[in-house]
Design a protein around this ligand. Structure first.
Ligand code: SF4
Ligand code: SF4
Length: 421
């Protein structure tokens, strides 16, 4: 089975949600929608306090080249605009701003498709939140598209469930992306722990689209790892996928593109995995962007026990959260509530780290062929030039080195610190 060099095999915990249908969360009474939930400049507010909005009303306009528009996720009234967030109170009616009927898409040009995708505020939903219309306008010609269906982080199953429940829509979204890019060749990279989804997707694959079953290994869903595994092309150090002729998008993003083009529906809701051993009932929830995390816990029947750790994203690359008041945003693919700190060593919460044992495990695990041990030692000694010579900039911050390290060294923190210099 195809794979990449390095990587690790953490326990996946995907059984908690992978066989349960996506559940639609109840309408929130209030949403807190950030204007800076994407890579690039924050959106500029285009509503005022007291304005009436509907689900899909544009409330923030993309500002500058790298930015994304933001839309209301409920119908109601704008209550406050402060600190780059817009607070909206629901009127309970859930009125929509868009047409919600299938459009004739055959006549749309690649440019028109990208305009619709930009107007819908679509960003990369795998976590990076880079504006998608821009990603679909690479500065040089590409020859293929890869649908990233690896979903390699433990716990997360939102993409898996979407593929099982919306395969035709995802393939239609993929065809739109290929048209926008002007490419005839597409690949779907799926780890072998999701063969049921691969089978369902295969019923709808058009000519030119191939499904590649990949070995289940973390971080298989990293763009560089996916490209190397499927196409045997290496993204150059400091480079981007388009430089080797490829654009990669994940499943949720492509599904949002389908909804934007066929239904003219802006991105104001998404599927998020709510999981972890502190929850009574793990679920993949379809939620409105801007819903506070605490309002969604009741959808999972509350806590079995207060979580010691709440992580937005997957346990390997996600961010620890200090408050349950924070809202879910476009880039939230999972929210994890963990009793025991089994992932906590890389969240700065565990025991004291020990000196490096020179075991080489981190080097074996690194998917981009770095020497995390030497890099961390260089950063510790503030030898920034040495860290640079060891290609610290190529680190994709996957956390595989730190996960595997028997000395519990905080390799990620040190590498992140070194990258900021
Ligand atoms: S050095 Fe960076 S890319 Fe390599 S394993 Fe560690 S976090 Fe991942
Ligand atoms: S895995 Fe940890 S102990 Fe082993 S070489 Fe790397 S940093 Fe040192």
């Amino acid at each position: 089975m195809k794979t990449f060099r390095g990587g690790i095999h953490p326990p996946t915990f995907k059984h908690l949600t992978q066989n349960k249908p996506i559940k639609t969360a109840s309408l929130p009474s209030r949403v807190i929608i950030p204007l800076n939930q994407h890579t690039g400049a924050p959106a500029r507010p285009v509503v005022n306090i007291g304005d009436k909005v509907r689900a899909g009303t544009k409330i923030g306009e993309a500002k500058g080249k790298i930015s994304a528009s933001v839309h209301s996720s409920i119908s109601g009234e704008v209550k406050d605009i402060k600190d780059l967030t817009i607070i909206i109170e629901s009127d309970g009616r859930d009125e929509k701003e868009f047409l919600n009927d299938v459009q004739d898409i055959n006549d749309l040009s690649p440019e028109e498709l990208k305009e619709i995708i930009a107007a819908a505020g679509i960003v990369g939903l795998g976590g990076a939140a880079f504006p998608t219309a821009l990603k679909l306008s690479p500065p040089q010609k590409v020859d293929c598209f890869i649908l990233n269906a690896a979903e390699c982080e433990p716990y997360l199953t939102a993409d898996h469930r979407l593929m099982l429940e919306k395969p035709e829509e995802i393939i239609k979204g993929m065809e739109l992306v290929m048209k926008a890019l002007g490419v005839k060749k597409g690949y779907i990279g799926i780890e072998d722990n999701k063969r049921d989804a691969a089978k369902r997707m295969s019923h709808f694959c058009p000519l030119g689209v191939e499904i590649e079953i990949l070995k289940t290994k973390y971080p298989q869903g990293g763009e560089r790892e996916l490209i190397e595994t499927i196409l045997n092309r290496k993204v150059p150090s400091g480079g981007l996928p388009y430089e080797v002729g490829v654009v990669v998008n994940n499943v949720a993003t492509v599904f949002a593109i389908y909804e934007a083009v066929y239904l003219r529906k802006p991105l104001y809701e998404r599927v998020i995995t709510f999981s972890g051993d502190a929850l009574r009932q793990a679920e993949d929830l379809k939620v409105r962007i801007g819903t506070p995390i605490k309002d969604l816990i009741k959808e999972c029947k509350g806590f079995k026990q207060e979580p010691e750790q709440v992580i937005m994203g997957g346990p390997m690359m996600g961010l620890a959260q200090q408050s349950l008041e924070v809202p879910v945003v476009k880039g939230s693919c999972g929210i994890l509530f963990l009793k025991a700190p089994q992932w906590a060593k890389r969240k700065n919460q565990l025991k004291k780290e020990n000196p490096c044992l020179r075991c080489g495990k981190c080097v074996e695990a690194c998917p981009v062929n770095l020497n995390p041990s030497l890099i961390s030692l260089a950063v510790e000694k503030k030898k920034w030039d040495a860290a640079k010579e060891l290609n610290i900039e190529d680190c994709i911050e996957c956390g595989a080195c730190e996960y595997i390290c028997p000395a519990e060294r905080r390799l990620m923190d040190m590498i992140k610190e070194g990258k900021e210099r």
